[in-house]
Design a protein around this ligand. Structure first.
Ligand SMILES: Nc1nc2c(ncn2[C@@H]2O[C@H](COP(=O)(O)OP(=O)(O)OP(=O)(O)O)[C@@H](O)[C@H]2O)c(=O)[nH]1
Length: 315
């Protein structure tokens, strides 16, 4: 890296054209309408401007139009409407079944993606707006675990900031984010989107200072009946906030993108420091268990053989 490299270049890993540095997976998750697809397009444009085009994978079978050219598109593999008709499913069942069908071909998809790992710094994955279909399904878990096993993988949870400005909605959204973090156990960036409409400052204040959040709650007379529940939940969330990476962005105007990539780099560091050693330990434990199982099977086989041949074998 040259001494003249800017923070933005360092953050986005773009000063060398993006081809020699370690590739990173970014999984975009967020409620319908939070702005995932628009943010994907903004990231795409931001990286193109820095001459490091990302590799884009669309995992939303039901999206009618995307404003970018996906390198791999689930819609090329499965026809969501046909799946609904064929299996007599509603929209959500159709999306889930399409994702399951796509996951059966994940090995082939990963082969294609891996061949491009040297050409791209960022691999972006857009997920269905019906958030639970990706985050709570077996297919979603298989996809995110497979990605995380291959290279640094970061979950970006996109929040619609203007629609989260009420304390009760804010709390629900944070609980959802928290559950996704514990479910995926991957490095996590919370992106407050649409800051061109409403700044995310209120959210930062509420996350830093419980008193301020409580005062905001008390002002909402109509929601008073929920206050004690929300009060208890916010204590639970305190720990979550402490370890959280937060950034405010506008997919529409592009504000906050430099900061966004700094947070992504911090999450990549966390992947190396915490996630990878844990994953390595799990793989080693699995391999040791498999070796033990094979040794046990072999022992059993030899005992069976010795019985057949009428010989005593001391094992
Ligand atoms: N003002 C403003 N509007 C935004 C921003 N990001 C997205 N939007 C608008 O929000 C709406 C939803 O954006 P999408 O990108 O389609 O949201 P999504 O999360 O992909 O939605 P699903 O496809 O339903 O999952 C669109 O009308 C966007 O133009 C933003 O940063 N600022």
């Amino acid at each position: 890296m040259s001494a003249a490299q800017t923070d933005t270049e360092k953050a986005a890993g773009t000063s060398d054209g993006g081809s020699t540095e370690e590739a990173v997976n970014i999984i975009m998750i967020g409620m319908a309408g939070s702005g995932k697809t628009t943010l994907m397009q903004r990231i795409n444009a931001y990286l193109h401007e820095r001459k490091t085009a990302p590799y884009i994978v669309n995992l939303d079978p039901a999206v009618s139009k995307v404003p970018f050219q996906a390198n791999i598109d689930i819609r090329d593999t499965v026809d969501y409407k046909q799946v609904m008709t064929e299996y007599n499913l509603g929209p959500n069942g159709g999306i889930l079944t399409s994702l399951n069908l796509f996951t059966t071909k994940l090995d082939q998809v990963m082969d294609i993606v891996d061949k491009r790992a040297g050409d791209h710094k960022y691999f972006l994955y857009d997920t269905p707006g019906q958030i639970e279909i990706f985050t709570w399904s077996a297919s979603g878990a298989i996809i995110s675990n497979t990605l995380a096993a291959t290279r640094p993988t970061v979950v970006v949870y996109v929040v619609d900031t203007p629609r989260t400005a009420s304390p009760a909605t804010f709390m629900s959204n944070m609980m959802y984010a928290c559950s996704i973090l514990y479910k995926t156990q991957l490095p996590f960036v919370l992106a407050f989107n649409k800051t061109d409409v409403v700044s995310h400052e209120f959210a930062l204040r509420w996350m830093e200072d419980f008193e301020q959040f409580q005062q905001a709650l008390m002002r909402q007379e109509e929601e008073r009946f929920m206050n004690s529940l929300i009060h208890s939940m916010s204590l639970v969330l305190d720990e979550f906030y402490n370890n959280l990476r937060v950034v405010g962005v506008s997919a529409m105007t592009g504000q906050g993108m430099d900061e966004f990539f700094k947070k992504i780099q911090e999450a990549v560091t966390e992947y190396h420091d915490e996630f990878k050693p844990t994953l390595q330990r799990q793989i080693e434990q699995k391999q040791a268990a498999e070796r033990e199982q094979k040794a046990e099977q072999l022992k059993q086989l030899m005992q069976d053989l010795s019985v057949t041949e009428g010989k005593e074998v001391d094992l």
